[in-house]
Design a protein around this ligand. Structure first.
Ligand code: NAD
Length: 245
């Protein structure tokens, strides 16, 4: 494993365009479970609470669960070592951007500046009618559902529900970064969520070296990954950090 860590660090140092692509696994060491698997969120909650039609038809019920999952629970999470090393890579000129499927804002909290959020962000609420955006910290979630202070419409978290499209800027920026990447790191994702799952394939197609960190093999591992580092994101990233700076 040490040889592979050194090889990954050397590739990152030599490359002029590094990109990191993250999924739920990068936040597991912060205490946020992934969606899938035995301990995943969908083993406890019904995914319908994130269905757009259900949200509009039953906002009280949907918001009861959304508050519990994304604000009472996710809200307490703090960045872990993986988020920290990724932010440091950007600060030291070794990373162009993070593309994340996560909605937990932990990359930004760790200090990352260029973050393309493929699925939006839970820390902003948006009015589906007038487009008004409000930081969740300014909304009293003791009373649900929260409403827009302009027109009274039920506010929605500014992340993607089932049935919604990808935010255009994040989509375009992510694919452009993938096309330009010399080294593309995939951290903590199964590769099962479309269309985000295509982004690493685009990087590979354009010739990027693919480094992957995940304790379990993903759909990418035997398909496009060049250097597979089995392990937890925080632990592996702190090992890579030793040879990076
Ligand atoms: P997923 O739930 O499908 O898969 C998580 C992956 O993380 C698995 O491959 C697993 O082996 C790996 N993993 C588990 N622990 C890890 C660790 N310590 N270090 C590295 N990897 C680890 O997640 P996904 O592929 O990202 O897809 C689910 C979608 O749900 C995402 O697109 C995301 O939008 C959303 N989601 C977000 C959060 C969050 O914001 N933190 C949490 C859950 C789900």
């Amino acid at each position: 494993m040490v040889d592979l860590i050194k090889k990954a660090a050397a590739a990152l140092k030599e490359s002029k365009f590094n990109v990191v692509f993250t999924g739920a696994g990068v936040s597991v060491e912060s205490g946020i479970p992934p969606f899938r698997g035995a301990t995943g969120l969908w083993s406890k909650y019904d995914p319908k609470v994130l269905d757009l039609d259900y949200f509009h038809d039953y906002p009280d019920d949907a918001w009861f669960y959304i508050r519990e999952i994304f604000y009472d629970f996710f809200g307490k999470a703090r960045p872990n070592e993986a988020h920290r090393v990724i932010a440091r890579m950007e600060q030291e000129g070794l990373l162009k951007c993070v593309i994340t499927q996560n909605i937990d804002n932990l990359h930004q909290e760790a200090g990352s500046k260029v973050v393309y959020e493929f699925h939006g962000n839970s820390q902003i609420l948006v009015c589906p009618k007038c487009g008004n955006k409000i930081p969740v910290g300014k909304v009293d979630l003791k009373t649900i559902p929260p409403r827009c202070n302009h027109d009274g419409t039920v506010l929605k978290p500014d992340f993607i529900f089932f049935g919604e499209g990808i935010p255009e800027a994040a989509y375009l920026n992510s694919f452009e970064a993938a096309r330009n990447a010399e080294v593309f790191m995939i951290i903590g994702t199964t590769g099962e969520v479309m269309p985000a799952s295509i982004v690493p394939q685009e990087a590979k197609r354009r010739g990027a070296l693919i480094i992957e960190i995940n304790p379990e093999k993903s759909l990418y591992t035997n398909d496009i990954t060049d250097i597979y580092l089995p392990g937890k994101a925080g632990e592996v990233m702190t090992e890579i950090e030793k040879y990076l700076f």
